[in-house]
Ligand binder design. Structure first.
Ligand code: DAK
Length: 256
């Protein structure tokens, strides 16, 4: 059903793997359309509670497919509404984890940064190398990278196109954790399963509130968080969670 993507489910986790190994998982229209479709399907599927995106050990993705992109016109890009696909992990109500190994470049890096959590393998290399092909990042790189690692280093990386290794990415807060190559995917899946086992409405609100940090002033974000907190007291899962704690038993989440 999907061209260049492998889409599976593992219990409550939806898994999307880029599968264009010959071009290091370069992102073309088919891949991005497939990704958009798969994310929408997981969003609509009540049994899925967390999504994981990954590539291969050699490459999460080397970015937009330069071969396909080189002759594009501005109007074609506008019509395809490319940017919506790159922003989709953020707008999903369910958490989206990027498990990154090897090259994570350009549009690949922008996609990983649009996800909620990045787990990196020791071989992961992040860059916005667009300057080397005569353009600039166009899917969020100039906005998300400085927010993630600070202006000075982000500016340096974007103006030079240089690579940043996994250890530095972890030190600067771009990724939450670095894991040996042979274990990164299993660790990312374990994290996805853990998140998938939590109360879904509270998970959705927590994701929304954290993302507000990047869009609002502190006061507005605090008000938003408080309203979400109050709202959770209308859910079954809040009553269940607190009752289960007091009764010293395991809670059973209904997502209601
Ligand atoms: N596109 C197409 N093919 C690619 C590719 C790419 N991005 N990256 C690698 N490949 C292909 C290579 O051409 C090569 O193909 P063959 O020659 O074997 O046919 C094959 O993958 C293996 O690559 P290499 O032989 O080059 O392998 P190396 O290990 O020597 O080097 C590399 C790996 C990743 C360092 C190198 O391939 C490289 O520099 N790749 C280009 C990286 C790059 O510049 N990426 C940024 C692309 S621009 C937007 C949305 C998104 C974007 C912009 C706007 N809107 C919503 C508006 C995104 C833009 C970009 O990502």
């Amino acid at each position: 059903m999907y061209e260049n993507l492998i889409v599976t489910t593992e219990d409550a986790v939806g898994v999307i793997q880029f599968n264009r190994p010959k071009v290091l998982n370069a992102l073309n229209s088919q891949v991005m359309r497939g990704l958009t479709h798969a994310l929408a399907a997981f969003e609509a599927d009540a049994t899925i509670r967390c999504v994981l995106i990954h590539g291969s050990e050699r490459a999460f993705s080397a970015g937009a497919d330069i071969d396909a992109m080189q002759a594009a016109t501005p109007v074609e890009m506008l019509r395809e509404n490319w940017i919506a696909a790159w922003d989709r992990p953020r707008t999903m109500t369910k958490p989206v984890i990027a498990a990154v190994s090897g090259y994570c470049l350009g549009g690949g890096c922008e996609l990983a940064m649009a996800c909620d959590i990045i787990i990196a393998s020791e071989s992961a290399q992040f860059a916005q190398p667009e300057i080397g092909i005569g353009v600039i990042p166009g899917a969020g790189g100039t906005q998300r990278l400085p927010r993630a690692i600070g202006k000075s280093r982000a500016m340096e990386l974007i103006l030079t196109g240089k690579f940043m290794g996994a250890a530095e990415a972890e030190r600067r807060g771009l990724v939450s954790r670095v894991v040996p190559v042979e274990a990164y995917l299993a660790e990312a899946k374990a994290l996805a399963r853990d998140i998938a086992s939590k109360p879904p409405v509270a998970i959705q609100f927590a994701k929304e509130c954290v993302n507000k940090v990047f869009e609002t002033a502190l006061g507005e974000g605090l008000d938003y968080e408080r309203r979400m907190f109050y709202f959770l007291f209308s859910t079954h899962d809040q009553r269940e969670g607190m009752e289960a704690f007091l009764a010293k038993r395991k809670p059973e989440w209904k997502g209601q």
